[in-house]
Design a protein around this ligand. Structure first.
Ligand SMILES: Cc1cc2nc3c(=O)[nH]c(=O)nc-3n(C[C@H](O)[C@H](O)[C@H](O)COP(=O)(O)OP(=O)(O)OC[C@H]3O[C@@H](n4cnc5c(N)ncnc54)[C@H](O)[C@@H]3O)c2cc1C
Length: 379
């Protein structure tokens, strides 16, 4: 699987998946057949994470092909992302605390041999070593493999989940503060307190089509315990009035202005905000920085083709831009930069998020009940 950094390629990928593989998605999605055989899943996450294509577009395309009932599993998966995002928006301290804990643990583990061996794929668990290699080479892992990987990291290698989450963020093209942090918390057993995910030999063998043998894991470890609990912080996700004629900031999560809810508005100028490593707590691998740059340049070109005045800027240059509003960057590194530099910006929220995030106060099981309502609002 090669992820080419353009909207045209993302649309090809979406169309190809819906036309040829969506029908079998719910039956085959849990299988990891290997990095060269990814047609059973969509591989759209690097694009959706960056807003190159969005959930609405993906769900529309799927519903044009099959009924809601036939699409139910796929749509649920697409909306897991929206759910995790909303869950974190209501409890932003989970992200802040994660970064604080990470900072402390990183110092402790700087020279830890087990940690270094894990990140270099030099453990005595063959499948894990293969996945480390795949993560670094392909910058993507299958969902089931992410679960096994995180579980082995935490319960067999006995390493802190915070370091594993950082390792994923450094290498995944789809690295996302919400899906990643909460995915790792969920595997560890601190997201749903007391419920963890334990990888097992039979499960890995079955869902990798017996590609790996002799996998010795700790299959009886208890869940991790966290004393912290997080209350919901009530927030308004309302859009400001009168945004026309302002400058618009677009961050790395919304890199297709032409499909946003705000595409009809007349902004004075659009600034595409690039965030290089110097302003990130988690330093990204060179390939990720390049991928993000190319996606930003692709958006710039598409805007220029429509004669829209636009410019790519570094995040540190935002302070020089007056009279601006911005597409909401969501909890994560970009919002952290704005907050820590006291840059107050009027945010524009997507209709999907305004509706869906109010249902993220409880678990996904509860959220699922609102999916038909969310879908009908997408029309
Ligand atoms: C420990 C761990 C870390 C993860 N880190 C990330 C991350 O940093 N960024 C990220 O985008 N996803 C993350 N995920 C979720 C999931 O693994 C990926 O979104 C998925 O594998 C992407 O592949 P796909 O596009 O082929 O998915 P498909 O199976 O084709 O699903 C379609 C879309 O649904 C969404 N989706 C599917 N499963 C999930 C899920 N469990 N959670 C959230 N959204 C989902 C994605 O947008 C995906 O593109 C993580 C999961 C785990 C267990």
């Amino acid at each position: 699987m090669i992820f080419e950094a353009s909207r045209a390629k993302a649309l090809d990928q979406l169309n190809n998946f819906v036309d040829n593989n969506l029908a079998e998605y719910s039956k085959l999605r849990n299988f990891d057949f290997g990095p060269e055989k990814r047609s059973n899943i969509s591989c759209l996450s690097p694009y959706i994470t960056h807003g190159i294509i969005n959930e609405r577009e993906v769900i529309h395309k799927a519903l044009n092909k099959f009924s809601f009932l036939k699409n139910e599993k796929f749509i649920q998966e697409v909306l897991w992302r929206t759910y995790w995002k909303g869950w974190l928006e209501l409890r932003p301290n989970v992200w802040t605390d994660y970064l604080i804990e990470l900072n402390q643990i990183k110092n402790e583990f700087r020279n830890n041999k087990d940690y270094l061996d894990a990140t270099e794929g030099k453990t005595n668990i063959n499948c894990f070593n293969e996945w480390v290699k795949e993560l670094k080479e392909k910058n993507y892992l299958h969902n089931h493999t992410r679960m096994w990987f995180a579980s082995i990291w935490i319960f067999t290698l006995e390493l802190p989940w915070q370091l594993g989450a950082e390792f994923f963020m450094q290498h995944l093209y789809d690295g996302d503060a919400a899906s990643n942090t909460l995915g790792w918390r969920w595997v560890a057993g601190v997201q749903t307190q007391g419920k963890h995910y334990l990888a097992s030999e039979w499960n890995i063998k079955k869902f990798t089509n017996n590609r790996f043998q002799n996998i010795k894991l700790n299959e009886n470890a208890p869940p991790k315990i966290s004393e912290k609990s997080y209350q919901i912080i009530k927030q308004d996700f309302n859009n400001p009035q009168n945004v026309e004629e302002k400058n618009l900031l677009i961050f790395e999560n919304n890199l297709s202005f032409e499909i946003t809810d705000f595409k009809e508005k007349n902004f004075k100028k659009i600034y595409l905000v690039h965030n290089k490593n110097e302003n990130r707590s988690i330093k990204l691998n060179e390939k990720l920085v390049k991928f993000k740059s190319q996606l930003t340049e692709d958006q710039e070109q598409r805007l220029k083709d429509q004669s829209i005045d636009c410019q790519i800027i570094n995040i540190s240059e935002i302070k020089n831009i007056e009279n601006c509003c911005g597409l909401y960057p969501t909890v994560g590194e970009n919002l952290d930069f704005l907050n820590s530099n006291n840059l107050k910006i009027d945010f524009l929220y997507r209709k999907l998020d305004q509706l869906a995030w109010q249902f993220c106060n409880k678990g996904f099981f509860n959220f699922k009940n609102y999916i038909p309502k969310i879908i009908s609002s997408l029309n």
